[in-house]
Design a protein around this ligand. Structure first.
Ligand code: FAD
Length: 375
């Protein structure tokens, strides 16, 4: 069996490892646009703050791929897919035939139309090296964080760590506008303002003024035009069923790029976190090897906004819910519980953490919002 995997992040590398474990004779090719062996994106903020040395960010050594008999193609990208003859064309002109193809190409940061010195993104190790270089060269005046999600929070934490004064500009009226209610946002905004950060909302077009450091975190975009052109069904991500299989026979998707049928919450959606990408990498390998087992996982993700813990469990979308209950206030922290069709499907917790496990357990058990309110 010939397996080709597009993307050497945690989803693609886990899949490659699992395929080798299951099939010692398989041919496995891992095409990886980045030149580095697998590293942890989760550790990048810690590396940036000097808490983890650069070498500890790596999760695999270059020789691991050869030891596993995985054909690793670093610095190479897939450009075209031919689903009739089952092969991909690579950026260096080579081709690879497959029996099963995995799209694990993650996402790329949305960029500002204008690029100039001082504008930085935080998605890759190279981005992190670039940010450190800018910080060490010295920052004059106030920096700006442009965005309203996880990466914006990472930039806020980072600038604060280095004592860099900064303001925040976001497109919507709050951080995570699709998930947080006014009360949850109030907790974060108050904390930012107490720390001397001016928060500007509704900034659709970012004016690049004289700031010499701009941390941009305005979301990710899928990098899968080549798959769409070949007839793979895509929306915001590459659409899959609960087996992580696309509409094209033999083609699968996993990790940040997959808009998969999430059985835990009952709808097709994108999930962008490490645990999800790793578990999907493992599950998709099993299915590519012929197992046909659906994945059911309740995913959750936490981050810090200048010391305020923000946690998302399951499907934390106000828009996609038909029931929302809010518990708590600015003093004790706010929980929002999201329901659909009578069932709990997700939650956000801002400024409180101790209920995270209870919410996750209830969601796993297929409970209702009222079950949580009774506890
Ligand atoms: C700074 C930062 C901090 C984070 N912190 C956390 C955290 O604390 N907790 C958490 O759960 N999650 C965190 N995340 C999110 C988590 O890291 C991601 O969800 C996870 O890494 C996604 O893995 P992936 O393998 O799906 O995609 P990626 O890691 O994006 O890997 C995809 C790879 O495919 C490559 N690629 C793209 N197109 C092609 C192509 N055509 N050909 C070949 N290769 C291609 C890309 O270059 C990339 O290397 C963080 C992310 C970042 C950036």
């Amino acid at each position: 069996m010939r397996f080709v995997i597009v993307g050497g992040g945690i989803a693609g590398t886990t899949a490659a490892e699992e395929l080798r474990r299951r099939d010692p004779d398989a041919s496995i090719t891992l095409v990886s646009e980045e030149i580095h062996p697998l590293y942890s994106r989760v550790l990048l903020p810690h590396y940036l703050k000097g808490k983890v040395p650069r070498e500890r960010v790596f999760l695999k050594k270059p020789e691991w791929y050869a030891e596993q008999r995985i054909e690793w193609l670093p610095g190479i990208s897939v450009r075209n897919l031919d689903v009739t003859n089952r092969f991909v064309s690579l950026s260096d002109g080579r081709e690879r035939e497959y029996d099963r193809l995995l799209i694990a190409s993650g996402g790329e940061p949305r960029v500002l139309p204008e690029d100039r010195r001082g504008v930085c993104y935080l998605q890759t190790l190279d981005d992190a090296d670039h940010i450190l270089q800018l910080i060490h060269e010295g920052v004059s005046g106030r920096a700006v964080v442009y965005g309203s999600g996880f990466i914006a929070c990472e930039f806020a934490e980072l600038f604060s760590h280095y004592g860099i004064l900064f303001d925040v500009a976001c497109r919507g009226d709050r951080f995570w506008p699709k998930a947080l209610d006014e009360g949850s946002w109030e907790i974060i905004r108050t904390k930012l303002e107490v720390e001397g950060v001016e928060v500007r909302t509704g900034v659709e077009e970012f004016p690049l003024g004289g700031e010499n450091l701009v941390g941009v975190g305005i979301g990710l975009e899928g990098n899968f035009g080549w798959a769409r052109e070949a007839g793979v069904d895509v929306n915001q991500g590459v659409k899959t069923d609960e087996f992580l299989q696309t509409n094209v026979p033999g083609v699968f998707a996993a990790g940040d790029v997959a808009e998969f049928m999430d059985l835990a919450v009952g709808r097709q959606r994108l999930v962008g976190n490490w645990m999800n990408a790793q578990m999907q990498g493992r599950a998709v390998a099993a299915n590519m090897a012929g197992e046909n087992k659906p994945l059911r996982l309740v995913s959750s993700y936490s981050t810090n906004a200048l010391g305020i813990q923000v946690t998302f469990v399951g499907d934390a979308s106000r828009e996609k819910s038909d029931e929302v209950r809010v518990i708590g206030d600015a003093r004790e922290g706010v929980i929002q519980l999201f329901g659909r069709g009578g069932k709990l499907v997700g939650a956000t917790l801002v400024g409180r953490v101790k209920e995270r496990q209870a919410v996750t357990d209830l969601l796993k058990a297929g409970g209702r919002i009222s079950d949580f309110l009774r506890t």
